[in-house]
Design a protein around this ligand. Structure first.
Ligand code: NAP
Ligand code: GDD
Length: 334
């Protein structure tokens, strides 16, 4: 039985990847951080399935603790490591640049060193990001497009990209960078713009809130579905040789377009409910991202399945159910 170790297992991608690998017959180990409250909500359902439970194991760890990562590597002896852990919020990285770089850049190096010193043939996936393209120098962005990072988060991810490539070239490690463009789902964190919009719009529809406060509505992103993207991570590690791949839909849409999609699905006019709040603007913005995933299509046979429209609908429908439940609970309390 193949063994995979996932950092960031409690996050959006970690939860989808865990489901995917368990279905493929893997034993999955996940690193979780100690917290004063439960934060395994995205993977709790996997423990309820008697087939999955014995093959899913959680251990404590942190990307800022290299000794712990080394000990885990020696204890678990994984065949594949997926490094998904990160302080992944771009706006927050301006408030916490040192921590972000510690976890997202040095954390990757700590993990790479833990793998190298374990002297085992481990395959490594690094969650690289389209944010590295930042102030884009060409449209669309490919594996050959130079980086121009615009935030502490993006600088940290660029560092990790190069370290991953360096460990591949210097030590022959099977290490791949997936340069993933934005990908969303009903499990997306609620402070990222798509989920903030679907949560806000559905709560407005259920009379649970009156306004939705947002920042730059003109920014454009290449938005795909997380469930599609995690398969590309796995495919990269099943190839004969390690390489780097852009994973994207090839389409770019503005925040405004996403708003229109969601509010019109709920028969609402977003202009009546959305207010601009300067707190949500960034000191330096990434105005446009649009990826070209032809290399992934050619070599991995990977293509996105869920369209922009279907993604907005999927997220809105899921949040409509949550808002409906919230409304019932509120009425029962009154
Ligand atoms: P996410 O939902 O924010 O999940 C991040 C995960 O990292 C969580 O499990 C979090 O644990 C964990 N984590 C954070 N700091 C940590 C630390 N110091 N030590 C150990 N674990 C830590 O992110 P996501 O959307 O799933 O993204 C997964 C990865 O892909 C991230 O590296 C992200 O930067 C990258 N990425 C994401 C996208 C996207 O559009 N989603 C695109 C490109 C790249 P807690 O639950 O304890 O907070
Ligand atoms: N979060 C947020 N909140 N973003 C807003 C808001 C708001 O209220 N209003 C407008 N935006 C704009 C941001 O300025 C940005 O241009 C765009 O919406 C998307 O913001 P996020 O959803 O926070 O995502 P991101 O593109 O900054 O970063 C995500 O994608 C990256 C890949 O390109 C994250 O998942 C990163 O971890 C990931 O690497």
């Amino acid at each position: 039985m193949k063994k995979a170790l996932i950092t960031g297992i409690t996050g959006q991608d970690g939860s989808y990847l865990t489901e995917f690998l368990l279905k493929k017959g893997y034993e999955v180990w996940g690193i979780i951080r100690r917290s004063s409250s439960f934060h395994t909500g995205r993977i709790d359902h996997l423990y309820k399935d008697p087939h999955d439970m014995p093959r899913l194991k959680l251990v404590y760890g942190d990307m800022t603790d290299g000794t712990n990562l080394s000990a885990l590597m020696n204890e678990i002896k994984p065949d594949e490591v997926y490094n998904l852990a990160a302080q992944s919020h771009v706006r927050v990285s301006f408030d916490m640049p040192i921590y972000t770089v510690n976890a997202d850049a040095l954390g990757t190096l700590r993990l790479l060193e833990a793998i190298r010193s374990s002297n085992r043939a481990v395959k490594f996936y690094q969650a690289s990001s389209s944010e590295m393209y930042g102030k884009v120098v060409e449209i669309p962005q490919t594996e050959k497009t130079p980086f121009y990072p615009r935030s502490p988060y993006a600088c940290a991810k660029a560092y990790s990209f190069w370290q991953t490539l360096n460990y591949r070239e210097a030590y022959g490690l099977f290490a791949c960078n997936g340069i993933l463009f934005n990908h969303e789902s009903p499990r997306r964190g609620e402070t990222f713009v798509t989920r903030k919009i679907t949560r806000g719009a559905t709560r407005i529809k259920c009379c649970l809130q009156e306004k939705l406060y947002l920042g730059n509505l003109e920014a454009k992103r290449d938005w795909g579905y997380a469930g599609d993207y995690i398969e590309a991570m796995w495919l990269m590690l099943q190839q004969d040789k390690p390489d780097d791949f852009v994973i994207a839909t090839g389409e770019s849409h503005s925040v405004k377009e996403f708003l229109e999609e969601v509010f019109s699905h709920l028969d609402l006019d977003w202009k009546k409910y959305v207010e601009i709040d300067s707190r949500y603007f960034r000191p330096s913005e990434v105005e446009l991202l649009q990826g070209d995933a032809s290399k992934a299509k050619k070599i991995l046979g990977w293509e996105p399945k869920v369209t922009f429209k279907a993604l907005a609908k999927m997220m809105t429908d899921a949040d409509m159910k949550t808002a409906g439940d919230e409304k019932i609970l509120k009425e029962q309390r009154q």
